[in-house]
Design a protein around this ligand. Structure first.
Ligand code: HEC
Length: 145
């Protein structure tokens, strides 16, 4: 009982810490960063799929599930294996989408599915830009973390 309590508290501390890592994201600056994403993505109430899927409401989405978009197997498999798009997972993903999804599947014991690559060829290394663009995405997924 006591042990379970400690484990639960450690879990909370870790998730709170992960959230803190994303503090300092500025949605207005993120809107500028998002111009790079707009080569392929649209966001907003009337957004349509383009080269990439609609990103309205992406925080909280199971990867690979936006209607009528032809996702890669890698992207769909990660969602089927339990990945959920959150501020934290998108923050990691943007650095190297294919590597992130392969690692997720491998860690889940599904190395056989960790093949090929995602259709998202874009990478965003800059940490502040990732925080800002996620703060912007969040304004279109207001209830999600
Ligand atoms: C060169 C085109 C391109 C650019 C630029 C691009 N993306 Fe993507 N993105 C894609 C494609 C294509 C997919 C679908 C990936 C797949 O099916 O493997 C995708 C998928 C995603 C997903 C997963 C969505 C889902 O429903 O599973 C997220 C999140 C995402 N992109 C965020 C971003 C953000 C944020 C930016 C800008 C910082 C960005 N992308 C820039 C093409 C792009």
């Amino acid at each position: 009982m006591f042990r379970a309590g400690v484990v639960a508290m450690v879990g909370l501390a870790i998730s709170a810490g992960a959230g803190v890592a994303l503090e300092g994201g500025d949605p207005a600056k993120g809107e500028q960063v998002f111009k790079q994403c707009m080569t392929c993505h649209r966001i907003g109430p009337d957004a349509k799929n383009a080269v990439g899927p609609v990103l309205t409401g992406v925080i909280g989405r199971q990867p690979g599930t936006y209607p009528a978009f032809a996702y890669s197997e890698l992207n769909k498999h990660a969602g089927e294996a339990g990945l959920v798009w959150s501020e934290d997972t998108i923050f990691e993903y943007l650095v190297d989408p294919s590597a992130f999804l392969k690692k997720f599947l491998t860690d889940k014991g599904k190395a056989d599915q960790a093949t090929g690559s995602t259709k998202m060829v874009f990478k965003l290394a800059n940490e502040q830009q990732r925080k800002d663009v996620i703060a912007y995405l969040k304004t279109f997924s207001p209830d999600k973390k």
